[in-house]
Design a protein around this ligand. Structure first.
Ligand code: ZN
Length: 442
């Protein structure tokens, strides 16, 4: 058992919450504070009949139930008998804040239109930009909070959120201000990313260079000065921002203390993975068309690959990132929803199942990718993503006897309870017992 401090034998120390009798306590603790690569992704640090002690929002002990119960007592004790307990999911790539929806474009995709064809006719991102520019901050905050509620119900306790539907200095700042407010109002931790280079807005069509100058010379310094973002991202893609422009934007971010992230090689092999390695990005995301050399370069520089199988599925690409090759090459791999108006999915459990089905990750690898590696993808690897003494008590109790059910039993919400900062914030048992009994008496 790991303890936060030496304890005396006689009086049991009082904590706020004990979770006991877990069939599987998936700790993901391996004694390191590094992202997991290769075979390390298989090691979930499982404790059978496991227990957690939680105090002041933090984990103070992790171990076998009899050992933890000998040392600690609590007024609130949760039994996880027959269940799986694991760290709250971390979703390291979302476009959380936007207005409107695009279900009719989904219909067009079903009928065969490509994403780039829809974008070229003023749809796609640009349509959401028009609606988001019109929306007031209150409306954006309200909508974002609702999305976080759904994410939390499915076990996600930390979320990255990008701007990118404003594309003017004022509107990008508005979105990031909304992200800040959402983070203050919701128990979920929200990590902000500036993505002013998400698309070229219509008023700059044919004059991309000038828009890049606006991003570099005006947006980035203002976002950095107001501390509205931790990361700077760019959509590096044919017809959007080329390699040179992407490099310029990420370099400007870096010199303003915004750590680089990149949407890379999603729809074509442009060399985004190589660029990510070259500028030592924290993560490169999508990577459907990345070259073998690009993956090797990412492995060498420790750039996290954030894979988004739901995005590839919803765009009906007919292919997925080569996650097996990445893991075998030593690239650290994380998973995310890519929640956005063309990929409207909040549920990380489903992403784990997709990663298993479409990219042949084992359930263990997918769980690692959705927790500790996802935390590293957004600079939170020391605080969340595993169940270890001193980390935030962000915990999911699954109504499943082991973690393999996350890939196997999909399309339902297996999260029975969600604990954020030591507080039970989702409790399906309590909800169930509140259902009225409608059966007629005989
Ligand atoms: Zn994205």
């Amino acid at each position: 058992m790991r303890l936060s401090k030496p304890t005396r034998m006689k009086a049991r120390e009082k904590v706020d919450l004990l979770i006991v009798n877990a069939e599987e306590l998936v700790t993901l603790a391996d004694g390191s504070d590094q992202p997991r690569i290769g075979k390390q992704m298989l090691d979930l640090g499982i404790i059978r009949n496991g227990a957690l002690a939680i105090k002041n929002g933090k984990i103070v002990a992790v171990g076998k139930t009899p050992e933890v119960a000998k040392v600690f007592r609590a007024e609130t004790i949760l039994s996880a008998n027959g269940k799986t307990v694991l760290p709250g999911f971390v979703d390291p790539h979302t476009h959380l804040v936007f207005a409107g929806s695009r279900e009719d474009e989904f219909q067009m995709r079903v009928e065969g239109a490509s994403y780039m064809e829809i974008l070229a006719t003023g749809g796609g991102i640009l349509r959401t930009v028009r609606e988001t520019r019109k929306a007031g901050i209150e409306k954006l905050v309200e909508r974002g909070l609702k999305t976080l509620d759904v994410m939390l119900e499915h076990g996600t306790t930390t979320v990255e959120a990008k701007s990118g539907y404003g594309l003017t200095t004022k509107d990008e700042m508005k979105i990031l201000e909304a992200v800040k407010r959402i983070n203050q109002l919701h128990c979920t931790d929200v990590v902000p990313t500036f993505l002013g280079a998400h698309a070229v807005p219509p008023e700059f069509r044919g004059n991309q260079a000038e828009y890049v100058s606006l991003v570099v010379g005006d947006m980035i310094p203002k976002v950095a000065e107001k501390e509205l973002a931790e990361f700077c991202d760019v959509f590096c893609e044919k017809g959007v921002f080329n390699l040179e422009q992407s490099r310029r934007i990420l370099a400007a971010g870096k010199s303003n203390r915004l750590k680089p992230k990149i949407h890379a090689d999603e729809m074509s092999m442009l060399g985004g993975a190589e660029l990510a390695a070259d500028i030592q990005a924290v993560s490169a995301d999508h990577l459907l068309f990345s070259s073998v050399e690009g993956m090797k370069a990412m492995a060498e520089k420790g750039v996290m690959a954030v894979l988004l199988p739901a995005a590839a599925l919803s765009l009906m690409m007919g292919r997925y990132a080569d996650a097996r090759l990445m893991i075998d090459s030593g690239v650290p791999v994380a998973l995310a929803t890519d929640f956005n108006p063309s990929c409207l999915v909040e549920n990380m459990q489903l992403i784990i199942a997709f990663a298993c089905h479409f990219m042949r990750l084992t359930c263990a690898e997918a769980v690692t990718a959705a927790t500790i590696n996802a935390a590293h993808a957004i600079g939170r690897g020391k605080e969340v993503g595993s169940l270890e003494v001193g980390k935030k008590a962000d915990v999911v109790v699954l109504d499943a006897p082991n973690h393999k059910f996350l890939g196997y039993h999909f399309g339902v919400n297996l999260a029975d309870k969600v604990i954020k900062n030591g507080r039970v914030v989702v409790d399906k048992d309590a909800e169930r017992s509140a259902f009225p009994v409608l059966k007629e008496e005989e």
